[in-house]
Every structure is written in structure tokens, then in C-alpha cells.
Design a protein around this ligand. Structure first.
Ligand code: NAD
Length: 487
């Protein structure tokens, strides 16, 4: 297997990164580009042996990194951010080639955010403190102690963004990391390993292992030396990981799927509501937070649908490297098949495709789809499709809107479009969701808690919540001076 491949002019190492060295495996897996289905390269395919080696490297590197001062850790994280910014164009084009999401959003939104992930958690680390408090003269001091090696497992829809949202706080906290990127888009994690090494991160503090979750996952998540497992991905995988981590009661953070509602009240600015709804097709609908269930108040439903169709049919599908493209390909032929399966079953059950409802000729494209006449308890309303497929249902009044919005097993996010601020407050308070957006979408601040309710996740990350997860919180109680003087 070639040790390096060239992807869109960028050289990428295909081997694992373990203990500060590149390590090959006996086996490989092919990594395809969703843009044209071409094979980008053969990637080292890790299994239990590579998992063991990576955890051992993380365990060995842990004491020194944990003992490194907060200031020194923060400086290295900023140096990693510098490296990301320096190689921003390369990261953007490699990510687009590997996962098919838009180059313009990788350039302008995602990769700057990747750098910001490192800067933010470096700076937040320096502000972490809790005032001492007193118990009958005894001082209580709260500290965030590094926990140990962390296993971080990430999906393909926003590879480097989601990986660094975990890597940055885990490293800032003084932990060492084994990162396992998704097998459909592993390349930018390899580039991150290079960038971190160039930034002076000591060997073994960040390790990257590649491979199929079914082959390497269990060895990582059930390992007794692993102190935290943070996972972003689907609910079925989360169940397997939770069962595996249960062997050692390893604390878990799970960021999972969703079937989020977008509520449009009759008093909403309808143009804004339509823009918000059309935005749900971003990244070909392969976004966990997407508000895929449009719930529209009866009296404006017809007008809303008319304006929505006008906007949605003007979206341009095509090559994600082209500046004028709005929607790129889906990640993989299997994903395309899965999306179409959901849609065809929905149509067979009585749904009507107002727009779309089919694959496009050529390439891995699925037509932006809007389905109406869907039953609340149907598969298409209850299950995550993870493609450019929205449903539209109508409601009358707040009670019905909230009832429909909350009636799935998920609770990741919700979006509310209304012109009435008091209604916004009332409705938001009743929604089951980790994040509620009112008259906006996808505004995310790293200081805010992020996560899902119900089966959309376990725990919250962001700001101090990230450090609460990645650290062992300790309270040290010290007796007053002279407490044992008996004279
Ligand atoms: P997935 O669950 O199939 O895979 C995610 C990762 O888990 C991959 O790296 C995979 O190799 C690994 N994996 C698979 N089996 C494993 C096992 N037994 N042990 C350990 N690791 C294993 O998910 P996906 O298809 O890559 O991603 C799409 C899903 O991710 C959607 O459900 C989406 O909603 C969710 N997601 C959630 C968020 C969030 O923040 N809540 C963000 C993005 C995506």
C-alpha cells in the first residue's frame, strides 16, 4: 500500500498515527470521493492490535501531558490553530474531495471554525476556576483534573469540525487522545496529526487510528485504560458503544441523531421561515441538527408551500467545488440507497412528493424532496433519513404544534419561526430539545451547552460542560491552620 496519496494536490499519509510515528496495517480499505466515485486511496485498516497500540501510546504520554502547565498546553493548542489556518485551503479541498460537502462552506465556515475550536478551548482552560468555599473553617477547593486517555469517535458528515470539537477540549483538559475518524472520510484527521506534531504536541498525546467501527471500535471503547469515550454518530452505533464501555463503566458523551422540528406560526415572517426551511437541505441534508419536519400553521401552509417550492427548486445541485453549487452529492452510494428507500416506502404508504422524491441521473445526487400527507406515526416522520428529505405537516394552535414537535424519540434541536416573542418563549419552554433556535438556525456558540435530549444524546459539551466531561472533578477539603494544635 502506498504510504502517501495525493488528493487534490495535497499529500496525505494513509497510515495511522500512533505514539508520534506513522504505522501501517496488514489490511487496507478503499476511500472513495463522492464527487465522482473515484478511489482516492487505500487507507490503513486498523483492528484490535492498532487499538491496543494507540491506547498504550496515549496511556504512556498521559502523565507528562497532564503535568504540563495549563499555559503551556494552551500555547500548543494555539499553535495547532495556527497550523490549521496556514493549511486552511488544503484542509478545505481535501475535506470536500473526501466527503462531498461544499468547498465554499469548508473555506469560509468550517475550517475557520476548526481553528477556533482549538483557540476557544485553549482560552477557556485558562479561565476555569471555582471560588473556594468554607465549611466551618475548612477550605473546599474544586479542581478539574485530567482524566486520562480518551477515545473520540466521529462521523463523516462534518469530519474535522466534529473531531476537533472533541479533540480540542480533551487535549486542553490535559488528557491524551485516540481519534477514530469515520471510514467514509478519514483524510483530514491524518492531516490534523501532521499539524499537531508540527505545532509541538508531544508524541502519543494525539493518536489517530483508521478503520471500520465494527473491526476496531470495540477494542477501543471497552479498553480498561480508557477514561472517557466521546462519540458522535447514529443511535444504533451508540447503543453498541454504550454496551462496550459498560465493561469498565467508562463515562460516555453521546451526540446522536435527530428528527428536529421546524415550527412556522402564522404570525411568522414567511420569507424568513421559507429561507430557514430551505436551509435544511444544506450538506444534502446530512446534518444531525437539520429541522427535517416542517410543522406549519394551517392558515399559512398553502402560501408557505408555494414560496418554499419556488426557492427549493432554484437550488443548484452539482460539483461541491463549484462556487455556485448549493447542494453537493450524498456521501456514498449506500447512503443514497438508504435515502431513496425511506422516500419510496413513504410514498408507498401514501405520502405525496411535492418536489423531488427520486435520485438524479448521474452521480450520487438525491433531488431535494418535500413530502406531504404523512402520518405522525409513520417511518418518514419518526426516523432520521440523513438526506435532503423534508416532511410537511400542518397544525392549528400552539398545543398541537408542541405535541407534534415533541412526538418522536429524538430531542436534538428545534427551530421556531414566529413574530410574537412571548409565543416564542412559551413554545421554546415546552419543546424537548438540546438547542432551540427562534427565527434563526445553526447559530452555535462554543460557550453554550450542546447535546441532545432523549435518544439524541447523553450529556452536554461546550464551554465548562466540556471540561466537566473530560476532567475528573475533585473537591479538596483542607482543615484550618492549627486545627490539631492541642496546646
Ligand atoms: P455511525 O454511527 O454509522 O458511525 C459513526 C462512527 O462510529 C464512525 O467512525 C464509525 O466507524 C464508528 N463506529 C461504527 N461502529 C462502531 C462500533 N461498534 N464501535 C465503535 N465505533 C463504531 O454514524 P454515521 O453514519 O457516520 O453518521 C451519521 C449519524 O451521526 C447520524 O445519525 C447523525 O445524526 C449523527 N450525527 C450527530 C451529530 C451530533 O452532534 N448530535 C453530529 C453529526 C452527526
Amino acid at each position: 500500500m502506498p504510504e502517501r496519496i495525493t488528493v487534490a494536490g495535497v499529500s496525505v499519509d494513509t497510515r495511522h498515527w500512533i505514539g508520534g510515528r506513522r504505522v501501517a496495517s496488514d489490511g487496507t480499505f478503499a476511500d472513495y470521493s463522492p464527487i465522482d466515485g473515484s478511489v482516492l486511496g487505500e487507507i490503513a485498516r486498523g483492528g484490535p492490535a492498532e487499538a491496543e497500540a494507540a491506547v498504550a501510546a496515549a496511556r504512556d504520554a498521559f502523565p507528562a501531558w497532564a503535568a504540563t502547565s495549563r499555559g503551556a498546553r494552551a500555547r500548543i493548542l494555539h499553535a495547532i490553530a495556527d497550523g490549521v489556518e496556514k493549511r486552511l485551503e488544503e484542509l478545505a479541498i481535501v475535506e470536500t474531495t473526501d466527503n462531498g460537502a461544499l468547498l465554499r462552506s469548508h473555506r469560509r465556515g468550517v475550517m475557520p471554525r476548526v481553528a477556533h475550536n482549538f483557540r476557544f478551548f485553549a482560552d477557556w482552560l485558562l479561565t476555569l476556576e471555582h471560588e473556594d468555599f468554607d465549611t466551618r473553617g475548612h477550605t473546599n477547593r474544586v479542581s478539574w483534573d485530567p482524566a486520562g486517555p480518551c477515545v473520540l469517535i466521529t462521523p463523516w458528515n462534518a469530519p474535522l469540525m466534529l473531531a476537533t470539537w472533541k479533540v480540542a477540549p480533551a487535549l486542553a483538559a490535559g488528557n491524551t487522545v485516540v481519534l477514530k475518524p469515520a471510514e467514509w472520510s478519514p483524510l483530514t484527521a491524518s492531516l490534523l496529526a501532521d499539524i499537531a506534531a508540527e505545532a509541538g504536541l508531544p508524541a502519543g498525546v494525539l493518536n489517530v487510528v483508521q478503520g471500520y467501527g465494527s473491526e476496531i471500535g470495540d477494542a477501543l471503547t471497552s479498553h480498561p485504560d480508557v477514561r472517557r469515550v466521546s462519540f458522535t454518530g447514529s443511535v444504533p452505533t451508540a447503543r453498541r458503544i454504550a454496551a462496550s464501555a459498560a465493561a469498565n463503566l467508562t463515562p460516555l458523551s453521546l451526540e446522536l441523531g435527530g428528527k428536529s422540528p421546524l415550527l412556522v406560526f402564522a404570525d411568522a415572517d414567511l420569507d424568513l421561515a421559507v429561507d430557514l426551511a430551505v436551509e435544511q437541505y444544506d450538506n444534502a441534508g446530512q446534518v444531525c441538527l437539520a429541522g427535517t419536519r416542517l410543522l406549519v400553521e394551517e392558515q399559512v401552509a398553502e402560501e408557505f408551500t408555494r414560496r418554499f417550492v419556488e426557492k427549493a427548486t432554484a437550488l443548484r445541485q452539482g460539483d461541491p467545488r463549484d462556487e455556485s453549487t448549493d447542494i453537493g452529492p450524498t456521501i456514498h452510494p449506500r447512503q443514497l440507497e438508504k435515502i431513496d428507500g425511506f422516500v419510496q416506502r413513504a410514498v408507498a404508504a401514501g405520502a405525496r412528493a411535492v418536489i423531488g422524491g427520486h435520485r438524479e441521473d448521474g452521480g450520487q445526487f438525491y433531488a431535494p424532496t418535500l413530502l406531504t400527507d404523512v402520518a405522525q406515526d409513520s417511518e418518514i416522520v419518526q426516523e432520521e433519513v440523513f438526506g435532503p428529505v423534508l416532511t410537511l405537516q400542518t397544525f392549528t394552535g400552539e398545543d398541537e404544534a408542541v405535541r407534534l414537535a415533541n412526538d418522536t424519540r429524538f430531542g436534538l434541536a428545534a427551530t421556531v419561526a414566529t413574530g410574537d416573542r412571548e409565543r416564542a418563549e412559551r413554545v421554546s419552554a415546552r419543546l424537548v430539545a438540546g438547542t432551540v433556535w427562534v427565527n434563526c438556525f445553526f447559530v452555535r456558540d462554543l460557550r453554550a451547552p450542546f447535546g441532545g435530549s432523549r435518544q439524541s444524546g447523553v450529556g452536554r459539551e461546550g464551554g465548562t460542560w466540556s471540561f466537566d466531561f473530560y476532567c475528573d472533578l475533585k473537591n479538596t477539603v483542607t482543615a484550618p491552620k492549627g486545627w490539631n494544635d492541642h496546646g
